[in-house]
Design a protein around this ligand. Structure first.
Ligand SMILES: [Zn+2]
Length: 858
């Protein structure tokens, strides 16, 4: 096959030749005839192709839009690949044995030929409309959400009525007669992006995760071949939902349906770009094909009620419901990114029971989990449970802040748009890169750091940015997008292109994004290194951080645009304020130190209790214990402080000339009252403090520090909260049986406690959450929490289960008001809302949950 676009006749000839050469694998059928009399054909591919219709199937449709040639070309190359590798590639062979490919290389043959021969930019079919114009946009001619338009000359004119066109009727009849189809992929160009189907609602669907994962798994295959990643764009409010498309029709039939937009141009240079698009899509299609059976009636049932049982700073416990079955196990997937793949790269474990503990996580970090059931005998897998989002808790010494980009300080500046640059702030998206009309464009993103305390020590930072459109980034593999933190003294006017372009950078943050990785519809983030956190920390004093994003600065000959569009959340083009750029900062503060002195210092031996702190062995070789205690109620208020570090500081008075093997241990003990030797001997040890010390290592003057480890620090912290007394015993040991050897300890023994000021408990929970309907929206209102420490309320919606914590669902609101609207909720769908109150740590209260019932009147 030559490496150039095939004509439709060549394509038909090729398909019939393949059918002849591989009669057991391929059958070509005619599914309709076009306005100009061309045959619309569909190739069935399956082992024993006469049984094709009895197996689960993937439907592939290409070039429904005439000028989008990739769909046609890729189909032919994929068919050739499948035929040649059907017995070579075991994964493909398995897929062909258990399932079927239905390939329609070109759903718009008239338009395709018109585009090839007369006008390459033609999109519609070639029917003659009643007023003499030509063409109907076939991808607006399906029934779901069909809109009748007047302007027949429009590029998106959808026809007189749904299925008025021979092409759409042909595919409709085929799909209606084949309920074995489980996945449908409709290939278009351009944008390097997946558009999964939706139900014209902006709410999460039960199978939304399935479509995102299908796309993300295909993405991982692209990345292996070309290093490229496609975007995954789905249902972002208030995105424009297209009417009458094939994708939504297939989805309405219970099929997982997606549009795949390939390449950065409609008709790219074949040798330079198209071949790469084809090479990367062949393994991706193979991967999608292998999933077909997992969405059929042979597959196990989807896991239900997948949720978070509990979370800690470094661990999460997941739980779900499934009937006990010997032949089923579960695969669990985790990622720090949204819309990530679920494959060997992200599979973190398997489970036999209905819960899973994920350990060794990073504190205050967002994780995304999903799960599927697997049949041990068949290997068939269930669909995915909807993704569960979790943010791990803070460590004791940590705080976090999610700081949103400031409205007036965020916008873009263009080289040729100096007059308008001021208007680009606070209400437009960010254009970054270069094109012919705007010239070079840089983005400026400012954050108000005044809510961070001056003594904050930044431990980790993530900068989140939402890429909303990459249609203007038309050149494959050209340029990169860099984030840098600007030196505040190096510019004065953020709306001036030249000032921003020349502003000095304190440093680039994280890794630049290459053009092949510019995905729309998936949150992008930059992780700050230790050093970059320090650079940001320096800006706390200025109460402000200004970042710049810049892209390529020149265009290769013949190119007109390499421009990326990021969301700022504001204005009519923004996706809403939840799509604002975010700085997610984890920090601690400098700790304060106090020294506590012991209330009691005593020595306990079988002779009794005496004053003063000594430990060692008596003449009979019996142990002599040192006992000391500290009144923790003398420490600062436990509700406002956290102990971050603690050590027992001690030094000895006497020394010995000859050596012994005695070693001393400090134990945290639980005794009611120290009365007798027996009490201490039979004490309940809670924990050793730090490491033991050898007598031979004790100098006469130097202090020894016994540092509390994590567990003993936690015990200490609990005792502090309860206002109890810390009791410690210094115990000697000797393997050689030391006798008559007693170390005397200095009276200045102290407990050195480091602590930070941090609220320990959340403010009270919200009460009386009420749902009403107002202005065609769901409105939530609640009574205010009267507490000076209240920072605000946080509202979350979850379409599947009551939110377990503040990240478990879609954020609707964060702030001080006692009401919010859910702008994009459907009245027809059950869902849960949770309102949390929070303080400045933030500690979140228990959720106040309300269920929205579509049958109830509000
Ligand atoms: Zn298209």
């Amino acid at each position: 096959m030559k490496n150039q676009y095939m004509s439709y006749q060549e394509s038909l000839d090729f398909l019939h030749a393949m059918e002849k050469q591989y009669p057991d694998l391929i059958e070509v059928i005619k599914i309709g005839t076009t306005y100009e009399g061309r045959e619309i054909v569909l190739a069935k591919l399956s082992k024993n192709v006469e049984t094709a219709d009895t197996k689960p199937a993937l439907l592939y449709t290409g070039s429904i839009h005439a000028r989008e040639w990739i769909g046609h070309e890729l189909a032919l190359k994929f068919i050739e690949y499948v035929a040649k590798n059907q017995t070579v590639d075991p994964e493909l062979e398995k897929s062909l044995t258990e399932s079927t490919l239905y390939m329609v290389p070109c759903l718009n043959p008239d338009g395709y030929e018109y585009s090839r021969k007369h006008f390459s930019f033609w999109r519609k079919n070639r029917r003659k409309n009643h007023d003499g114009t030509y063409g109907v946009d076939l991808n607006r001619n399906f029934s779901i959400g069909f809109v009748k338009q007047k302007d027949t000359s429009s590029n998106v004119y959808g026809g007189e009525e749904p299925f008025s066109e021979a092409e759409t009727r042909a595919i409709k009849h085929f799909v209606d007669a084949h309920d074995n189809i489980t996945i449908a992929l409709d290939y278009h160009s351009q944008g390097n992006v997946f558009f999964p189907a939706h139900k014209f609602m902006h709410e999460a669907e039960l199978d939304g995760t399935d479509m995102n994962v299908l796309a993300a798994n295909m993405n991982d295959e692209f990345a292996k071949v070309t290093g490229r990643k496609y975007g995954i764009h789905r249902g972002k409010p208030p995105a424009h939902l297209i009417s009458g498309s094939g994708r939504e029709y297939y989805y309405s039939k219970g099929i997982l349906a997606m549009v795949v937009e390939v390449g950065t141009k409609n008709i790219p240079d074949y040798m330079k770009s198209m071949s790469g698009s084809i090479h990367e899509n062949i393994p991706a299609l193979k991967k999608a094909f292998s999933e077909v059976v997992n969405y059929s009636s042979y597959a196990p049932r989807r896991v239900e009620a997948f949720t978070i049982d509990s979370r800690e700073a470094t661990s999460v416990i997941l739980e779900w419901k499934y009937e006990k079955r010997e032949d089923i196990f579960f695969e669990i997937y985790r990622s720090t990114k949204d819309k990530d793949a679920c494959n060997e790269r992200t599979k973190i474990g398997i489970a036999g029971e209905n819960h899973f503990i994920d350990n060794d996580l990073v504190s205050s970090t967002n994780y995304h989990y999903t799960i599927r059931a697997v049949n041990k005998h068949t290997g068939y897998k269930s669909p995915f449970a909807p993704v569960v989002k979790v943010r791990t808790k803070l460590e004791d010494d940590e705080f976090f802040k999610l700081i949103f980009a400031s409205k007036g300080g965020t916008g873009y500046v263009g080289q040729y748009t100096q007059e308008q640059n001021r208007l680009h702030f606070g209400l437009n998206s960010l254009f970054v890169g270069i094109n012919k009309s705007k010239g070079i464009c840089d983005a400026v993103i400012s954050f108000d750091l005044s809510t961070l305390p001056e003594n904050a020590i930044i431990k980790a930072t993530r900068f989140y940015l939402y890429p909303m459109n990459r249609v203007g980034a038309k050149i494959e593999k050209f340029g990169q997008w860099d984030l840098s933190l600007l030196k505040p003294e190096s510019f004065t006017e953020i709306t001036d292109f030249y000032e921003i372009e020349k502003a000095e950078s304190k440093g680039h943050i994280g890794q630049a994004i290459k053009s092949s990785q510019l995905t729309q519809g998936i949150w992008n983030f930059w992780d700050f290194s230790r050093h970059e956190c320090e650079l940001l920390q320096e800006e706390i004093a200025n109460q402000k951080a200004v970042f710049r994003i810049d892209g390529p600065k020149y265009l290769p000959d013949g190119e007109d645009s390499q421009m990326m569009q990021f969301d700022i959340g504001y204005g009519q083009f923004g996706g809403g304020i939840h799509y604002r750029p975010i700085l997610d900062i984890k920090y601690t503060v400098e700790s304060e130190k106090v020294k506590l002195h012991s209330q009691v210092l005593s020595t306990i031996s079988n002779k009794g209790v005496e004053e003063g702190l000594k430990s060692g062995f008596d003449a009979n070789g019996d142990k002599i214990y040192g006992y000391l205690n500290f009144d923790l109620s003398l420490l600062p208020d436990p509700n406002q402080t956290m102990i971050t570090q603690c050590a027992l500081r001690i030094r000895n008075k006497n020394t010995f000339k000859n050596r012994s093997d005695i070693r001393f241990y400090v134990e945290l003990v639980e005794v009611d009252e120290v009365g007798t030797f027996e009490d201490i001997k039979n004490r309940e040890k809670i924990e050793y403090i730090g490491y033991e010390v050898a007598e031979s290592d004790l100098g006469g003057k130097e202090y020894q520090y016994f540092n509390f480890d994590t567990l003993s620090r936690q015990v200490l912290d609990e005792m502090h909260q309860e206002g109890r007394t810390l009791k410690l015993v210094i115990k000697p040991t000797s393997a050689l049986g030391a006798k008559k050897r007693i170390t005397t300890w200095h009276e200045d023994v102290a407990l050195v406690v480091k602590y930070i000021e941090k609220r320990r408990m959340p403010v009270a929970s919200v009460e009386d959450v009420k749902i009403t309907k107002e202005n065609k929206m769901i409105k939530l209102a609640w009574s205010s929490v009267e507490d000076e420490a209240l920072s605000g309320y946080y509202v979350v919606r979850n379409s599947f289960h009551p939110p377990k914590h503040f990240m478990d669902g879609v954020k609707l609101y964060g702030g001080k008001d006692t009401w919010t609207y859910d702008n994009f909720a459907s009245f027809d769908k059950e869902k849960y809302y949770a309102v949390f109150s929070y303080d400045d740590v933030p500690n979140f209260s228990k959720p106040a949950i309300v269920r929205y019932d579509p049958l109830e009147k509000y």
